[in-house]
Design a protein around this ligand. Structure first.
Ligand code: PLP
Length: 281
């Protein structure tokens, strides 16, 4: 595979980063993941806007303009002949002798990879099991940083118990998933945590807002509790790679009798239609 390193396209085996890179030492960097359908990037603009915001919040100077980064991502997709799949790219504050405060005159380092993932409608996710886990992360979960240990530990706990996601909560309040946003449906209304420093404002989350609006499904951005979660008519997660995925069981509790719900199915169908639309552009 060909990977992106700064402004170069090189063989995966040839790509090396410095052992004193701050991404490696401190998790000092940011990232984005994008889906590609039929070679076309899905929801590119909001992802790049979020990248710019993450950089601003961390005072990290991007190594290239956003337009140039987009150009390079498109080239990476082309060089790898990627049809359906994921582009992952990250930007660190670069390599410098280890000290906590920011180095001066050290260029940021961008790297990017792609992975093929056929989107087969007949094999689309049928829903997942989830576990509940304490949200032990820091208080700037709105920034998409490389510092993911709280997320990693929660996901590992889910994985070890045969579940696909960990739904995080701070005391009684549900925040989000370890790598997704969480929605509940109650009496026909979608409810999800407001976009503040407790969650990442998912691009898929915002896309679902658009779909819901088009379909006249009411939506409330408000805090909800673990009890409301377990008592919901439907529960689903959203993320770039998992799109809209029903949660059919949380710990030992079945949601909607363990079947995808009516609103989930409507959103999934609407999502499919949007993906097929961009394939045809
Ligand atoms: N929340 C967290 C913690 C995530 O890591 C992710 C994505 O990886 C999301 C939410 C969903 O964000 P998006 O829809 O932009 O992929």
């Amino acid at each position: 595979a060909i990977v992106l390193y700064q402004d170069q396209f090189i063989d995966r085996d040839q790509a090396k980063v410095d052992i004193e890179d701050r991404g490696y030492q401190f998790g000092d960097g940011i990232y984005e993941a994008l889906m590609v359908y039929s070679g076309r990037i899905f929801l590119l603009e909001p992802h790049m806007k979020r990248l710019e915001r993450s950089a601003r919040e961390l005072d990290l100077a991007l190594p290239y303009s956003t337009d140039h980064i987009i150009e390079n991502i498109k080239k990476l997709i082309e060089l790898n002949h990627l049809d359906d799949g994921v582009v992952y790219f990250q930007i660190t504050r670069g390599a410098a002798a280890r000290q906590h405060f920011f180095p001066e005159n050290t260029p940021a380092v961008i790297t990017g990879t792609v992975a093929g993932k056929i989107r087969d409608l007949s094999k689309r996710p049928q829903g997942i099991k989830a576990i509940l886990a304490d949200d032990i992360r820091w208080l700037r979960c709105d920034i998409k940083t490389l510092n993911l240990l709280g997320n990693v530990l929660a996901k590992q706990k889910a994985h070890a118990s045969g579940a696909g996601e960990a739904i995080l909560h701070r005391e009684a309040i549900v925040t989000e998933g370890s790598s997704s946003n969480v929605f509940i449906v109650k009496d026909g209304t979608l409810v999800t945590h407001p976009a503040d420093h407790y969650i990442l404002n998912g691009i898929t989350r915002l896309f679902v807002f658009d779909l819901a609006k088009k379909m006249n499904i009411p939506l409330a951005q408000r805090e909800f509790t673990v009890d409301e979660l377990l008592d919901a008519d439907e529960v689903f997660i959203t993320s770039t790679s998992n799109e809209v995925n029903p949660v059919l069981q949380i710990d030992d509790r079945l949601i909607n009798g363990g079947e995808p719900g009516r609103i989930e199915k409507k959103l999934i169908d609407a999502y499919d239609a949007e993906v097929e639309r961009i394939r045809a552009v």
